[in-house]
Design a binder for this molecule. Structure first.
Ligand code: ADP
Length: 590
């Protein structure tokens, strides 16, 4: 019974969503279903009525007239059906688009701590698939089940005039069919789930295999064969699941055809016996057998539709679960952050990741002002990224206070707050759009501002050398004349993007230059500092070449802020910073 409840809920919710978004869709479905039904009822009645008319020699004219009118009506219905079908397709695609848009929006709004979990992405994929599989529930209800129930009522009425046992037999046989499909639909869903996981993994392996960025790594590690094998193993698994699913479908088909066979034979045997016994007129014989066929068909359609509703409800559950994942709390905070703030302060801040026992940050306190350049240094895992993640509200902590201009950062409107930061991460992404779109997405800031930024990050020569300047596609993936950038050039492009954010007041560089050689890193840092003058500038680095630029350096060790000061001060301190610096500089001298 639990399944019935889920089925009811998914059907109700999806129908409600469809109706809310598009007022035409459901009336169109009802119209389509009714026209289709009217057509098949006319086709069912036509031969029997004509036969009963022509049995009487004076009825020929009437019969001809009747055939003419009914045939015209059928043609008109067919045209109507064709038009309604086209309109329906259009509206139904729009509704699906609307629901998927909501799903994607949700995906973007999920808390980072959840979004990082691979499982959530798999869930999103499943939810997306689920919507495709389940989007037709209202069609099944309004264009199939409701009209077919009318046919069912009519055929039952016809049988009640001849022999009720036929109606009962057909009904029971079809009920068996429906129960069978419910049982099978659950298994089908399990197979589809398994297939979706394997497909996901296969897509990942394929993407990595052909990713330009992984190409060098792949060749140098001789990993092509490894990846090919992984891919072919996954394909084998997908084939295996598909085969098992097809076997199941085949079994279901055999059982259902057997039921159908018994049903049809039974109907004919009874009709023939009653005709021989003189209890059935020839025209009623015709009506009876056609009605039996119609009833079988109607019940099969209803059973198919109900099966779809159950199957859809399994998929809908994936969608529902995904939509229930908590979002970043955007409602929190009403304070506007429109004027550029001047002071950012950490007071005794500690933080632990949800799935970890140990603290990533412990009792961290500092105060920084606009215009200042801060470098955060420390070994891997010291807590540098955590510190900036907290600062940007990508995670939330309850231990300690983070204040901007004296107010908790959580008091500010989320959208204002996030707009204020311009981060550049190490694992940046460039997209297969134009170079200009990679800097400013929809280009709202205007070409001249983008050009200005391109100059500021030192890419003007590079962009001038491209066939279509800023309109050149990034990478050759889709177009022959796409631009190819070096690692350093890509970094500059990403920095230009960060600076292009119109309202940015704080530039956060989370080791974006770690993959570059120290000289290139030096160049980019000098350039960035110039380009971002007047903003808060926070550089994270475990290379100490960055730190000489900084007004102040924060040294993190194991989540603790153990030293702070400028380069000279920290060298004179002879603490961790000076040891790290001496070690790195001796390495570079070598
Ligand atoms: P750094 O940037 O200095 O290399 P991080 O701030 O990334 O250091 O990490 C600090 C500590 O927190 C490390 O022990 C790291 O393993 C842990 N950590 C970082 N991100 C996560 C996460 N998403 N979930 C759990 N632990 C994390």
């Amino acid at each position: 019974m639990g399944n019935v409840k889920v089925m009811w809920r998914s059907t109700k919710n999806l129908t409600r969503q469809a109706f809310k978004n598009n007022k035409m869709l459901i009336p169109l479905e009802i119209l389509l279903g009714m026209m289709g039904e009217a057509k098949s009822i006319l086709e069912m009645l036509l031969p029997a009525i004509v036969l009963s008319l022509i049995i009487d020699p004076t009825g020929t004219d009437k019969a001809l007239l009747f055939v003419g009118v009914v045939c015209l009506a059928i043609v008109a219905l067919e045209i109507g059906l064709e038009i309604a079908q086209r309109l329906l397709q259009n509206h139904s695609l729009r509704v699906l688009n609307y629901i998927i848009f909501g799903l994607n929006k949700k995906g973007m709004r999920i808390d980072l701590k959840d979004a990082e979990r691979k499982k959530v992405y798999e869930q999103m994929d499943k939810a997306n698939d689920g919507l495709w599989y389940s989007s037709d529930v209202h069609y099944m209800v309004f264009a199939v089940i409701v009209p077919k129930l009318l046919t069912l009522a009519l055929t039952l009425y016809i049988f009640s005039r001849t022999h009720w046992i036929v109606a009962l037999g057909v009904f029971l046989a079809t009920l068996a069919d429906i129960l069978l499909s419910i049982r099978f639909s659950k298994k089908q869903y399990e197979f589809d789930g398994l297939k979706s996981v394997y497909n996901h993994q296969k897509d990942y392996v394929e993407e990595t295999m052909f990713d330009q960025r992984a190409a060098r790594d792949m060749v140098m590690n001789d990993a092509k064969d490894f990846f090919s094998k992984k891919r072919s193993d996954l394909v084998d698994q997908i084939i295996d699941v598909t085969r098992r699913k097809e076997k199941l479908e085949f079994t279901q088909e055999i059982i259902s055809n057997t039921i159908d066979f018994i049903r049809t034979i039974g109907i004919y045997v009874i009709a023939i016996l009653r005709y021989i016994a003189g209890k059935l007129a020839i025209s009623d014989f015709l009506l009876f057998t056609r009605a039996a066929m119609e009833m079988t068909y109607a019940l099969a359609q209803i059973s198919h539709a109900v099966e779809y509703l159950f199957e859809a409800s399994h998929y809908y559950t994936d969608y529902e679960q995904f939509m229930m994942i908590p979002e970043t709390d955007r409602s929190m905070g009403n304070e506007r952050l429109v004027n550029k703030p001047t002071v950012l302060e950490f007071q005794n801040v500690s933080f632990r990741y949800p799935n970890r026992e140990d603290y990533a940050l412990k009792n961290v306190s500092f105060k920084i002002s606009t215009g200042e350049t801060i470098a955060i240094v420390g070994d891997n895992g010291a807590g540098k990224s955590t510190l900036v993640n907290l600062m940007m509200r990508l995670y939330k902590t309850k231990q300690g206070n983070i204040l901007i201009d004296g107010k908790s950062i959580y008091d500010y409107k989320y959208d204002d707050y996030v707009r204020y930061f311009a981060p550049v991460f190490q694992d940046y992404n460039l997209y297969y759009f134009t170079v200009g779109e990679n800097v400013a997405f929809d280009n709202e800031i205007g070409k001249s501002r983008i050009n200005d930024l391109i100059v500021r990050v030192g890419l003007e020569k590079k962009i001038a050398s491209l066939t279509r300047g800023l309109d050149t596609p990034y990478s050759k993936t889709f177009e022959e004349d796409g631009a190819v950038f070096s690692g350093g050039e890509e970094q500059r492009l990403v920095i230009a993007r960060a600076l292009a954010k119109p309202s940015s007041g704080a530039l956060v560089m989370d080791e974006p230059t770690a993959a570059l050689d120290p000289l290139a890193e030096h160049d980019i840092n000098t350039l960035t500092l110039d380009a971002a003058s007047g903003l808060f500038k926070i550089f994270i680095s475990h290379r100490l070449s960055t730190t000489k630029f900084a007004d102040r350096i924060f040294v993190l060790d194991n989540g603790h802020l153990i030293e702070s000061g400028n380069h000279e001060e920290l060298i004179n301190n002879e603490g961790l910073y000076s040891r790290m610096f001496n070690m790195q500089s001796s390495y570079y001298k070598k």
